[in-house]
Design a protein around this ligand. Structure first.
Ligand code: SF4
Length: 234
């Protein structure tokens, strides 16, 4: 097991552990269970460190609430991504770019996730259906930009990421490859020297990171962004 996978295991991934950490008076395990069952929960050590007090902005991003089960607009796929999905794992809405879901899991799960209908469920973002996605991109020369997403692509092994990058790079009309990931704040340990060496072979590769609050810009997150920049990943 690599070091980042070990760090991931040290996080909090169920309500009992959350209550042990923050107190049973704060975390009502029974009341929150429906929200937990509806959408996975995980807080990495980095995220746990970013929470300074109960109810702060970091807490609100990751700790389930009873209120999240109140459906206000009735739309499960609020961006209608499935409506623009010609083959499994691909959303093709804008002519020159395609969204490619490559991973069902995330290091931490954000309660606001707009893809919660799929994220966390390997059956809904299957890892064995990449080929039809490659074939779709190959047969659409107007696609010059592929955004890998999920879940978080950086939860895949370097080997699997390299397989994806290799296949996308072999398609002549794909100019830009983007990795959509919150890993720099969730699990900065994932930006390893090995990943940085591997990704250099497939440029231009960009990472679309996602920071919601200054508390996420920890020294470890900033250092991870620096390692990416040094590897030529804007
Ligand atoms: S990291 Fe992205 S895909 Fe994963 S739970 Fe957060 S918003 Fe959703």
């Amino acid at each position: 097991m690599s070091e980042w996978q070990q760090v991931l295991r040290e996080g909090v991934d169920n309500l009992e552990k959350l209550a042990e950490r923050f107190g049973h008076d704060v975390i009502d395990v029974e009341a929150l269970k429906p929200a937990f069952d509806n959408f996975q929960m995980r807080l990495t050590p980095a995220v746990l460190e970013q929470i300074k007090e109960v109810g702060d902005p970091m807490w609100q991003q990751y700790v389930p609430t009873v209120e999240e089960l109140d459906i206000q607009d009735g739309m499960i796929d609020s961006l209608d991504e499935d409506g623009d999905s010609p083959v499994p794992n691909i959303t093709h809405r804008y002519p020159d770019r395609a969204l490619f879901l490559v991973s069902p899991v995330c290091a931490s799960y954000c309660r606001f996730c707009t893809r919660r209908r799929k994220v966390g469920d390997p059956e809904k973002i299957p890892l064995n259906q990449y080929e039809s996605a490659f074939e779709y991109i190959r047969s659409h020369p107007e696609i010059r930009d592929v955004i890998m997403s999920g879940g978080d692509p950086m939860m895949l092994s370097d080997r699997r990421l390299e397989y994806l990058l290799q296949n996308l790079r072999a398609i002549p009309h794909v100019e830009i490859i983007r990795i959509g990931s919150r890993i720099t704040s969730h699990l900065p340990e994932r930006i390893t020297p090995e990943f940085c060496e591997m990704v250099k072979k497939y440029h231009p590769v960009y990472m679309n990171t996602h920071f919601n609050h200054p508390s996420e810009l920890t020294p470890a997150a900033v250092a991870a962004l620096g390692r990416l920049a040094d590897a030529g990943v804007p």
